[in-house]
Design a protein around this ligand. Structure first.
Ligand SMILES: Nc1ncnc2c1ncn2[C@@H]1O[C@H](COP(=O)(O)OP(=O)(O)OP(=O)(O)O)[C@@H](O)[C@H]1O
Ligand SMILES: [Mg+2]
Length: 216
């Protein structure tokens, strides 16, 4: 079996150069990536983006359960949870959405250093912000996954009643209604939640992660 230490060496070395300076300027004792070698997996951010109700949380949490069951170390960062804690000071203006994703990116990056597979489920409507998170980690450590469902279907599902509130004007700046969603331009994965069940999608994702050396 191929060792993840080997898989991990190149990106870590690449990024090590970039990060070393900023870390050393904080404290030379801070050694990046030491946690990454302890697990039989390649640390990666799997970034789920899509409209509200598209199925980000549903798919990400099922994938996390699956990965955990086969011994992977994971953490699920979910928009609803983050907005109650780390980002509770932020609203839904474009500026606040940008800051929300920037903070999540910084947290995800630390988790990459800890050797984890990070599942991040955020509407994250702007390509620029998703690209910013991509740029924070090494090449290959960011998998953009477009969770795809039409606005009509998401609105029919409306699992939290948010579209109803947005249509009535009770909720402002709601993605797809009165705030923009930029579809991913070049995502690694597109998962269509209108065509496939969550279980089928998770199976496809696991195949992809194996084929790309993220898990064994
Ligand atoms: N194939 C599928 N994959 C995922 N969810 C599906 C699928 N088919 C139907 N659903 C339903 O769609 C809804 C998706 O809700 P979910 O909370 O996962 O969306 P979300 O993208 O996380 O939205 P939000 O951005 O508001 O958090 C759920 O009610 C789920 O049961
Ligand atoms: Mg969700």
């Amino acid at each position: 079996m191929k060792s993840t230490r080997v898989m991990r060496l190149e990106p870590a070395a690449e990024r090590g150069k970039l990060e070393a300076e900023s870390r050393i300027s904080v404290d030379p004792l801070l050694n990046n990536n030491i946690g990454a070698y302890a697990r039989n997996q390649a640390p990666t951010i799997i970034w789920f983006t899509g409209l509200s109700g598209a199925g980000k949380t549903t798919t990400a949490s099922l994938l996390e359960r699956k990965l955990t069951s086969i011994g992977c170390g994971t953490y699920l960062l979910d928009g609803d949870v983050i907005r109650k804690g780390l980002c509770k000071d932020l609203g839904f203006s474009d500026q606040d959405r940008i800051e929300n994703i920037r903070r999540v990116g910084e947290v995800a990056k630390l988790m990459i250093d800890a050797g984890l597979i990070v599942l991040a489920s955020f509407i994250s409507p702007f390509q620029r912000d998703r690209d910013l998170v991509r740029s924070m980690v090494a090449k290959g450590e960011f998998i953009e996954c477009h969770v795809k469902a039409s606005l009509e279907v998401c609105e029919q599902r409306d699992p939290k009643g948010l579209y109803k509130k947005a249509r009535s004007g009770e909720l402002k700046n709601f993605t797809g209604v009165d705030s923009l969603y930029e579809k991913p331009l070049n995502p690694e994965l597109v998962i269509d939640t209108e065509l496939f069940s969550p279980e089928e999608l998770v199976d496809k994702m696991v195949d992809y992660l194996k084929a790309n050396g993220v898990i064994q």
